[in-house]
Design a protein around this ligand. Structure first.
Ligand code: ADP
Ligand code: MG
Length: 689
């Protein structure tokens, strides 16, 4: 079926015994295929041979010559120097090894040798400190006189040995490789066949051969990955939901009539996409993406209303208690105005209240529920869950998103995120979801002015805040709070707030908000801030996501370099939510180059997508969203930043293939399917774990 030889354990290669196999395992290499898919990190050009006399002091060069004589010197007890005299056809030079006395016996006079190493001309002679050498025995050269592959290594393994093992497996492989990519794709993208690409990626004759081979493996990897997503999507769209939405309900119209604004064109467009999903017989799996402040909440409310008016239940899940409360508060009045009840369930909900809510939910008497992840705890059972909205998705593990799904029978799922995800990321993380994008802000918003200031200039910042407050506006001051130094940070924030309240802002009411406070205390502060009683709120990052107080016009971020770009952008998004001019002040004296780069990026642009790309560049895809558990697969050769074009092509081809042959019936796609399962885990479970 698939490539049998490739499936064999590495030990089946002659020169790999149990010991070497154990070493290779540390690199995740178990099979011959793993070994051959251990791609070079780069290539070193050792094709140009220089006469030793022409080499430049201090540079690395490759020289070829005939062995004249060799000796081991022992100037000290702990040091052996092996010194080799070589004639390169022009003159004599010396090659030097340290503490490898056994090398001497390989170097009998008359042998032809290639040597790569650093050139030293300080003693009137030419010496080369050997990094690598190779005896020319008329066979293929691996480590010198060519483009030499340089691999990621592990302990007890060196480049030379790895090259030998890879070469040995390539030799044994001859004529046993079957192509795994469909013929059509190979020719459409002008990719080299697997059979030629494997030797070319490891031991290319010319650089362009390596480039072509790599292009193939990049495409192959992305294509197989996109196939897993296409299969997932196939499964989703094959399932049928049991619930249906009523059409022609009056509640949504009533709600829209009462809205104090008109939906933007983008909002109307995404709503159409969402309604179509709701009306379809298949469950919705949609990602709603929109920059901070673009108005996603009202869209989710509209979807929830349709569920309620259809006799279905809807759940809205938010990442923090404060945000859940805010959603609850902002929807409660608008919803009760049209006669729809909504409940709030968080970790802070009192026991009695909680029991009452659970009761109403399980009987179906309460239709809509907002909450934190408390919503997915096991004792919450919905009577007829039709719709699940997950806000600020990146804060949840993908598994949590899945768990809520199990509470209903294929409920419709809408995932909302304000983290602008670069397109390549979105296609990779959410390739199984349909994507809707709100790409405009509501009209009448002034661009936020962003400044970076040194801590020494805080007095000016306070003046700005006072001026704004006198004009009727409000301000946030955010202090960083990182887990490792949580206690110290918390104390610093508390002291800072106290000082501001009694000195700089003694004329205004200042509130403190942090994650350690009880939920009713937090709610109290928030509602005073919302009502405009509290003018300035000093907070730790709990306000990061989703807070919506349009009257706030100043966002001050202390020690701003301690925040990631995505977080800073989120924070800035808390202001600029009305027609008033807003300000974002980053107070910082960055100590690292990355810190400086983040601040520069923030000052330069307020385009969330541009910032996301920048973030990706600074941190690398592995670190995207701050944690490894973002669900992104680890690629061996593809790089999402660099290979965006290939990714899009791979995605298109994968979708087309699954469309044409959904169950991989024909031979070519069968082979692909096997390969996909092999590379990306049989149950496609990787994305949920
Ligand atoms: P986000 O997408 O960040 O969740 P919100 O849903 O919190 O954004 O919306 C930000 C603010 O903009 C809210 O105060 C909301 O009432 C308001 N808003 C939403 N849509 C519009 C619109 N079409 N016109 C004017 N204001 C709007
Ligand atoms: Mg929001």
């Amino acid at each position: 079926m698939s490539n049998e030889f490739l499936m064999k354990p590495v030990q089946s290669i002659k020169m790999v015994g149990p010991h070497r196999a154990a070493t290779l395992q540390k690199l995740g290499i178990f099979t011959v295929q793993d070994l051959l898919y251990h791609f070079p990190r780069r290539y070193e050009d050792r094709t140009r041979l220089t006469p030793a006399s022409a080499c430049v002091h201090g540079e690395v060069a490759t020289v070829r010559g005939t062995v004249l004589a060799v000796q081991n010197l022992k100037p000290k007890r702990s040091l052996t120097i092996t010194k080799l005299a070589v004639h390169d056809g022009f003159g004599i030079f010396y090659a030097v090894w340290f503490n490898q006395p056994y090398i001497k016996k390989n170097l009998t006079p008359g042998k032809i040798i290639y040597i790569t190493g650093k050139v030293d001309k300080s003693y009137g002679t030419t010496q080369i400190m050997v990094e690598e050498y190779e005896i020319d025995d008329g066979q293929d050269k691996l480590s010198t006189g060519r483009l030499v592959p340089v691999y990621p290594l592990t302990e007890h393994l060196n480049q030379r040995l790895l090259r030998f093992m890879i070469k040995a497996s390539l030799d044994e492989l001859k004529n046993q490789v079957r192509e795994i990519l469909p013929e059509k794709i190979i020719s459409k993208y002008n990719l080299p066949a697997l059979e030629t690409a494997l030797p070319a990626v490891h031991f290319p004759n010319l650089e362009k051969d390596a480039v072509r081979a790599r292009k193939r493996f990049i495409f192959e990897e992305l294509f197989l990955f996109q196939l897993t997503l296409a299969v997932r999507k196939r499964d989703i769209s094959n399932s049928e939901k049991e619930h249906r939405y009523l059409s022609g309900g009056k509640l949504l119209d009533q709600f829209l009539k009462k809205l104090p604004f008109q939906l933007t064109a983008s909002q109307i467009r995404v709503w159409e996409e969402i309604s179509r999903d709701l009306d379809s017989a298949r469950p919705m799996h949609r990602l709603l993406q929109g920059d901070v402040g673009s108005g996603k909440t009202v869209i989710s409310a509209m979807a929830l209303i349709r569920a309620a008016e259809s006799g279905l239940q809807g759940a809205l899940m938010a990442p923090t208690e404060i945000l859940a409360e805010q959603h609850y508060l902002s929807m409660r009045d608008d919803l009760s105005a049209i006669g729809v009840d909504i409940g709030l369930l968080t970790g802070g909900t009192r026991k009695k209240e909680r029991e009452r809510l659970l009761e109403r939910i399980s009987q179906g008497d309460l239709k809509l529920l907002v909450g934190t992840h408390a919503l997915i705890q096991e004792d919450v059972s919905f009577q007829r869950l039709g719709l699940v909205v997950v806000d600020e998705q990146h804060r949840f593990g993908v598994r949590q998103r899945a768990t809520l799904g199990y509470k209903g029978n294929y409920p419709d799922t809408l995932v909302m995120t304000a983290t602008p995800i670069p397109r390549t990321m979105a296609l990779t993380l959410y390739g199984d979801l349909d994507i809707s994008i709100i790409d405009e802000l509501p009209p009448g918003r002034n661009p936020i002015k962003t400044y970076a200031v040194l801590p020494g200039a805080l007095a000016k910042v306070f003046t700005l805040i006072s001026e704004q407050v006198y004009q009727g506006r409000q301000a946030y001051i955010v202090c960083p709070l990182v887990e490792e130094s949580e206690k110290i940070d918390l104390k610093a924030a508390v002291d800072f707030a106290a000082k501001l309240a009694s000195v700089e802002f003694k004329d205004f009411r200042v509130g403190l908000l942090h994650g350690r406070m009880k939920s009713n205390e937090k709610e109290e502060i928030m509602s005073l801030f919302r009502q405009g009683e509290i003018k300035i709120v000093v907070t730790t990052t709990v306000i990061e996501v989703g807070m919506d107080i349009p009257n706030a016009s100043v966002m001050v971020v202390m020690d701003a370099d301690r925040f990631g770009l995505a977080q800073l952008h989120q924070l800035r998004g808390r202001v600029g939510r009305s027609g008033h001019q807003s300000y974002c002040i980053l107070v910082t004296n960055p100590k690292t180059e990355d810190g400086r780069a983040r601040i520069r990026a923030m000052v330069r642009t307020s385009d969330g997508f541009a910032l996301a790309e920048e973030d990706l560049r600074l941190r690398g895809p592995g670190d995207f969203h701050g944690t490894r558990q973002s669900g992104l697969p680890e690629f061996k050769i593809a790089d999402l930043l660099r290979d965006g074009k290939a990714l899009e092509a791979a995605r298109e081809e994968a979708q087309a293939l699954v469309q044409d042959d959904p169950y991989f019936k024909n031979n070519e796609s069968r082979t692909l399917y096997e390969e996909m399962k092999l590379r990306f885990d049989a149950d496609h479970d990787f994305i949920d774990s």
